[in-house]
Design a binder for this molecule. Sequence first.
Ligand code: RIB
Ligand code: CA
Length: 312
Amino acid sequence: MTRKIIIDTDPGQDDAVAILLALASPEEIEVLGITAVAGNVPLALTAKNARIVCELAGKPDVKVFAGCEGPIGRRLVTAEHVHGATGLNGPKLPDPVMELQPQHGVDFIIETLRAEAPGTVTLCPLGPLTNIAMAFRMAPDIVEKVQEVVLMGGAYFEVGNITPAAEFNIYVDPQAAEIVFKSGVPITVMSLDVTHKALVTKKRNDAFRALGTKVGVAVAEMTDFFERFDKEKYGSEGAPLHDPCVTAYLIRPDLFTGRHINVEIETRSELTMGMTVADWWGVSGRDPNAMFMGTIDADGFFELLTERLARL
Ligand code: RIB
Ligand code: CA
């Protein structure tokens, strides 16, 4: 059964790999459109990078939209220190030829959910949740039409990667995250607890490079750049491939395990702003609202990823 999805993204090297995996898997995934959001780098760059990735995949017909320029209630915080000035540092990739769609990304999300049969469209946010939250606020009727939100964001055991308490995507727009997590929509969360177990070791990155294809080499070069930050900070064996965990879940949910728990977002204290307070041990008595993933079969994940990237 092919899943219809909208990818909401702030490319970002790991976003790029998530998009490539989706575009390489037409039997399981139909990408209705890609909406760019401000996050790792400003919107003009994320909207450009999303198109660069579609052309790298040889899919210039994918519809790419620009969404919101900044978070709902806060100044934009970006992550050039991780992703580089362009957001896609590493490989030398040509500027996009394909045009941006004229429609605003939030309007595309609303229009698509109203047009498609209820319960048949999955939203896959890979960056701050600004576009998703704005769509839910502007058109509350679409919330019940969403099949599932499968997002990369948050952390519990791994705590923060941008502050001691918060993961980047949630930290950039905590108000948006609160809207989404309180909306009642079915949510599956790929947090740092999972993505920090999906490390691109040298062996795994060499397997990408050994594909010898434009895509394989570009992904290896993205990782060569992207891994510096995490290897220095965590002393890890490689970069965590955060966003592709979302796409891999759509193809092979069996690679992951987690718990259906309550997750709330800190939106008041500056000290813990954007923290995902995940009730992993069920002590709060609050209703569960998210499938919070905790483990991944990392070898199975990289086998899937390498096999699919070879198709492009
Ligand atoms: O914290 C990791 C997340 O922040 C990933 O989605 C990465 O692309 C950045 O957006
Ligand atoms: Ca991202």
